[in-house]
Design a protein around this ligand. Sequence first.
Ligand code: MG
Length: 99
Amino acid sequence: MTPEGKIEAYLKRRVEQTHGQIRKLAWLGRRGAPDRMIWWKGPWGPLLAFVEVKAPNGKATTLQKREHARMRAAGFNVYVVASEEAVEAFLTEMLVSPQ
Ligand SMILES: [Mg+2]
């Protein structure tokens, strides 16, 4: 398994352990989509996030950063995770201190 694949598998396992749903994602006819769409049934409505997974120390490309910025400007939660620690920080932000 690639280094990115390992983090992706960790993310999937942790989302499922927290009773979330995780789906692979791609835009049709456009590059830059985050790797995964993730959601939970929250107490006041859906908790939704988009996650780009990178190999350790990897960074989003310029194109991905641009797409993330567009999505964040519209109010979406967009995260880039490149370690298991970053996956845990993402889960904490989404589930312990949701916006
Ligand atoms: Mg990726």
